[in-house]
Design a protein around this ligand. Structure first.
Ligand code: SAM
Ligand code: SF4
Length: 458
């Protein structure tokens, strides 16, 4: 699936690209049909500040054309930090004695969800280390059921995604049966030798078991999968091209690529020298380049930005391609109930410590529509069906109205006064700029929400 020598060759050839070659790639990117590996390598090689500005502008244009101003919000839910693997960059690695181990009970999971729902969250990403309490994998299935069953006031979690260790096809079928939304898994690095050096014990040391996980997930019927690279382990240019090979493989085999791409960057973690001193650190400017290039390379695939990054970096990358963000996150099991960030139970240090309301106020003030939409998944618009709808831009006719209706739910049920005022003004502005079909649809949905209905989607 991953051809390392082809990647090196492609990167070397791209070194010869001149200004006009770069500009021709940017012009092609504006057609929003994606880019070839050779073209991606050309963009990865940009160093001239003027060309860099053109790259960022092109990414902004494509992002706005396809996604408009929506920004989907979610919260991670760390259910357990037990782990039998030894990933040298992670605080949860088995031999790390500096982290207190904890697997939440089902009532504790319900408590975490009540708190997230009270904040206004509707989408949760379940995260766990690779070792489960005595129930084994059933523990994860029970946790997902607990999340879906927990209600609070007007709210509930409507979509559970999961970032858990690779499963067998049979286990993936059970995960699908538990109503999972997206199955997310990061390869960390596609470079085999680097992979071997940073994963020194446990099942995760098996590169092939991990790189084939999405094949098993899709064979089991999970058609929304999310991939990612942990940036900082190996040369990011290599990782980008390898990720494209992974995507092409899934497209060829299953007719659809990943639903999302995540771009975690190594952050300091308790008990990890590697996390503090990444082998191949990615600078802030290169990080922006990664987001912009991904936006052009796979224009219809969502890009997820977590709270690993600072508010400033998050703001800048919203404009260039990010379509989903986490907010108000805790990366220690039980962290929402405890309130404070507990570093010696957390997976890594956060870059954005703001609460959900503050993130929403900030996003709305910048003109983005915070969205808690779960419509596509619940109407069966997943996998290839989603892509068929997304590609001609029709998704805007569903996404914008759904974004507004879930945003209004948030404003009425959970927002601070300041956020409510900013949000209501934004809704008016967005309605004024919509096309006739979307405006009519949106107005009808918003009226229902104001009249007390909840969970209205199209
Ligand atoms: N244990 C499962 C696994 O490794 O795939 C899933 C959960 S793991 C907690 C989620 C992700 O956290 C990993 O895939 C890795 O990319 C990321 N991660 C680990 N250590 C990190 C660090 N120091 N900084 C940023 N991200 C980190
Ligand atoms: Fe365990 Fe995942 Fe952390 Fe590796 S990255 S030590 S598998 S929790």
């Amino acid at each position: 699936m991953i051809n390392e020598s082809l990647i090196q060759e492609t990167l070397e050839k791209a070194e010869k690209a001149d200004f006009s070659h770069v500009r021709s790639v940017l012009a092609k990117a504006l057609e929003m049909k994606g880019l070839t590996p050779a073209e991606i390598a050309v963009l990865a090689g940009i160093s001239d500040p003027g060309l860099l500005a053109e790259l960022f502008e092109t990414a902004k244009t494509v992002k706005t054309n396809i996604y408009g101003r929506r920004l989907v919000l979610f919260a991670p839910l760390y259910i357990s930090n037990l782990c039998r693997n030894e990933c040298l960059y992670c605080a949860f690695r088995a031999r790390n004695k500096e982290v207190k181990r904890r697997a939440l009970s089902q009532p504790e999971i319900a408590r975490e969800i009540e708190i997230l729902v009270e904040q206004g969250h509707k989408r949760v990403l379940v995260v766990a280390g690779e070792s489960y309490p005595r129930q084994g994998f059933q523990y994860v299935l029970d946790a997902i059921q607990t999340v879906y069953e927990t209600k609070r006031g007007n709210g509930e979690v409507r979509r559970v995604n999961a970032n858990i260790a690779p499963l067998t096809t049979e286990e993936f079928k059970l995960l699908k049966g538990a109503q999972i939304g997206t199955y997310q898994l990061f390869q960390e690095t596609y470079h085999r030798d680097t992979y071997r050096r940073v994963h020194v014990a446990g099942q995760k040391a098996d590169y092939d078991w991990r790189v084939t996980a999405m094949d098993r997930a899709m064979e089991a019927g999970i058609d929304d999968v999310g991939i990612g690279v942990l940036f900082g382990l190996c040369d990011w240019r290599f990782e980008l091209l390898a990720m494209m090979q992974h995507i092409r493989h899934l497209e060829e085999k299953f007719g659809v690529g990943p639903h999302t791409i995540s771009v975690p960057r190594l952050e300091p973690a308790t008990g990890s020298d590697m996390a503090t001193h990444p082998p191949k650190p990615v600078s802030d400017i290169d990080f922006r380049k990664i987001v912009a290039i991904l936006r052009l390379a796979v224009p219809y695939t969502g890009i997820i930005m977590s709270t690993r990054e600072t508010p400033n970096m998050r703001r800048e990358t919203f404009a260039m391609g990010v379509s989903q963000i986490s907010a108000g996150s805790r990366t220690n099991p039980g962290g929402y109930a405890e309130g404070e960030e507990v570093i010696d139970e957390s997976q890594f240090c956060l870059g954005d410590h703001r609460g959900l309301d503050e993130v929403i106020y900030d996003a709305a003030s910048l003109g983005y529509i915070p969205s808690f939409c779960t419509g596509c998944y619940r109407l069966g618009r997943t996998g290839a069906d989603f892509m068929d709808l997304a590609k001609p831009g029709l998704i805007k006719e569903h996404c914008d109205p759904n974004a507004l209706s879930t945003f209004l739910e948030y404003l009425l049920d959970y927002a601070s006064e300041k956020t409510r005022a900013a949000g209501e003004a934004l809704i008016e502005k967005v309605l004024g700029e919509m096309n006739e079909t979307a405006r009519t649809r949106s107005k009808a949905m918003l009226e229902k929400i104001r009249a007390g209905r909840r969970d209205v989607f199209c």
